[in-house]
Write a protein that binds this ligand. Structure first.
Ligand SMILES: [Zn+2]
Length: 450
C-alpha cells in the first residue's frame, strides 16, 4: 500500500567451522581454533509500497565481489530484488575470515558458498517479516574512539618501504615517542543512526554507522565480530528490545575509516586483557546511539529510492622494474610461514601482475525518507568521507565502506604522494591514484539521482 512503510529484519549466523582459514589479504591468518563470539549477517528489508530494498551487514573482514554477486543472485531469485536494490557490506572485524575471490587468493570455497547462501537466506527471511513500520534518523558524536593512524614523522624516522624506496613521509600505527610530528589525515566522529520501529513504537531494527576501522585486542586463532557484534547486543539491552518473534535486529556498519584507528598514538597504550577494549567501545557507542534515538521523530510515510553506478577504474599493476625486483626478492627459498615484508610485497606484486588493467567498482546509494546512505567497496579515508558529507549538505548522509565487494584502500592522490602502508601496491591497495576523486564525483552524481 503506498504511503505505508513496511520493514522486516532477521539475523543469520555465518560463523565459520573450526579449521577454516582466519585471515585477510596481507594479514594471513592460521586456522580458526576458537569462537569468542559468533559472526552474523544482520539483514533489513524496507518496502514503501512502490520500492523494496534490502541491507545486509556482515561480520566479515571483507567480502569479495564474487561472494556478493552470488548472495545477490540467490536473494534475487527468492525475492525478485535486482542487485542494485541489495546492499551487502562487511564490518571489517579482523577476527574473521576475508572471503575475497580476487585472483590468486587461497580461501575456503565451501565457506564462501555457505556465507553467500546464509546472506541470501537472511535477506529473503527479512522479507517474510515485513510489517507496518515507522522510520527516523539522527546523528550523534563519539570523538573519543577515533584517531588518525597515519602520522608524519621526524626526518629519518620513516624507514624504507618494502620495495626499498625511502620517499615515504608517513608511518601507519607509529610507535609512541619523540619521532611523531602530527597525524596526516582527519577522523569522522559522527555516529549515524537509521531507527526502524513497529507501527506501535516497539523497536524493530536499527542501522548505525561509525568510522572506526576495528578495535581488536583478540587472541590468536579466535573468531569475533569485534565491537560491531557487541554493539548490537548492547544497544538491544539499552532499548529494552524484544528477542522474541520477530526479534529486534541492530547492526553497526563501518563508515569511512581506511586511515582511522582506535588507538591514540600520543599516549601510552593502556594494558588491557584481551576482549576488554572492544566491549568498552561497544558500550560507549551503544549509549550514544540510544541517546540519539531518544530525539528521533518517526514517520510511516517515508519513501525509498535507489541509484547505482559501476565505474571502470585503473589498476596500479607492477612495472617491469618492480617485477624484476619481485622475482629477485623471491629467488631464495622463502619460508611461507615466516615471510619478510619485502617477500610479502613481492608476492603481492606478482599477484597484481595478473590483474586486468581496469576493474569494475560498484557504487550504490539508497534514500530512506530524507536520509541518504551511500556505499563504496573500498576502505575510504575519513577526509574523503567528510568532504562528501559536506558537499551533500543539507541532506543527511552516511557512507558504508567495504560494501558490494572489495577494492582495497582508497588513499587520496595527496596521500599517495606521502606514501605509507595504505598506499603500497598489493591486493589490499591497487586502484589508480586518481580513484578517490573519481569515486567521490560519481557518488555525488548518485546523490543527485536520489
Ligand atoms: Zn583494513
Amino acid at each position: 500500500m503506498p504511503g505505508q512503510l513496511r520493514a522486516g529484519a532477521v539475523v543469520v549466523d555465518i560463523t565459520p567451522a573450526l579449521g577454516v582459514a582466519n585471515g585477510g589479504v596481507i594479514a594471513r591468518g592460521g586456522p580458526v581454533t576458537r569462537i569468542h563470539d559468533e559472526l552474523h549477517a544482520r539483514c533489513l528489508m524496507l518496502d514503501d509500497g512502490a520500492i523494496r530494498l534490502a541491507i545486509a551487514i556482515c561480520d566479515m573482514r571483507m567480502l569479495g565481489g564474487d561472494v556478493v554477486a552470488r548472495a545477490k543472485s540467490l536473494a534475487g531469485k527468492a525475492t525478485g530484488l535486482a542487485p542494485e536494490y541489495i546492499l551487502i557490506a562487511a564490518t571489517h572485524t579482523h577476527a574473521a575470515p576475508a572471503i575475497v575471490g580476487i585472483h590468486p587468493e587461497p580461501r575456503d570455497r565451501a565457506y564462501a558458498e555457505f556465507v553467500a547462501r546464509r546472506i541470501a537466506d537472511g535477506i529473503t527471511r527479512a522479507g517474510h517479516h515485513l510489517a507496518p513500520a515507522r522510520v527516523g534518523w539522527g546523528f550523534g558524536s563519539a570523538p573519543q574512539h577515533v584517531h588518525n593512524r597515519r602520522w608524519f614523522m621526524k626526518p629519518g624516522a620513516v624507514v624504507a618501504n618494502p620495495f626499498g624506496g625511502t620517499s615515504d613521509k608517513v608511518k601507519m600505527n607509529p610507535p609512541r615517542g619523540a619521532d611523531l610530528l602530527e597525524p596526516v589525515g582527519l577522523v569522522d566522529p559522527q555516529v549515524s543512526v537509521l531507527d526502524v520501529r513497529h507501527a506501535d513504537g516497539r523497536p524493530l531494527a536499527l542501522l548505525a554507522n561509525y568510522g572506526l576501522h576495528y578495535v581488536g585486542g583478540y587472541q590468536a586463532g579466535h573468531v569475533s565480530a569485534d565491537y560491531f557484534g557487541l554493539f548490537a547486543n548492547r544497544v538491544q539491552d539499552l532499548l529494552d528490545a524484544d528477542r522474541q518473534h520477530p526479534p529486534f535486529v541492530a547492526m553497526m556498519s563501518n563508515g569511512t575509516s581506511g586511515d582511522v584507528s582506535n588507538n591514540d598514538f600520543r599516549i601510552k597504550p593502556e594494558r588491557l586483557p584481551a576482549w576488554v577494549k572492544m566491549q568498552r567501545v561497544a558500550n560507549d557507542i551503544a549509549g550514544e546511539v540510544a541517546e540519539v534515538i531518544g530525539d528521533i521523530e518517526h514517520s510511516n510515510a517515508a519513501t525509498l529510492a535507489v541509484a547505482a553506478i559501476e565505474l571502470q577504474l585503473g589498476v596500479r599493476r607492477p612495472d617491469a622494474a618492480r617485477l624484476v625486483w619481485a622475482r629477485h626478492t623471491l629467488a631464495n627459498d622463502t619460508d611461507p610461514q615466516r615471510l619478510t615484508r619485502p617477500e610479502i610485497y613481492a608476492q603481492e606484486a606478482l599477484a597484481l601482475a595478473t590483474f586486468p588493467p581496469k576493474v569494475p567498482v560498484v557504487l550504490q546509494a539508497f534514500r530512506v525518507g530524507e536520509l541518504r546512505i551511500m556505499t563504496v567497496p573500498c576502505e575510504m579515508f575519513a577526509e574523503t568521507g567528510l568532504a562528501l558529507k559536506k558537499k551533500a549538505r543539507p541532506a543527511p548522509v552516511f557512507i558504508i565502506e567495504l560494501a558490494n565487494g572489495y577494492r582495497g584502500y582508497l588513499p587520496t592522490p595527496r596521500q599517495h604522494e606521502w606514501g605509507g602502508y595504505e598506499t603500497w601496491p598489493a591486493r589490499s591497495s591497487y586502484l589508480e591514484e586518481q580513484a578517490a576523486p573519481k569515486i567521490s564525483a560519481a557518488m555525488l552524481g548518485l546523490l543527485k539521482k536520489l
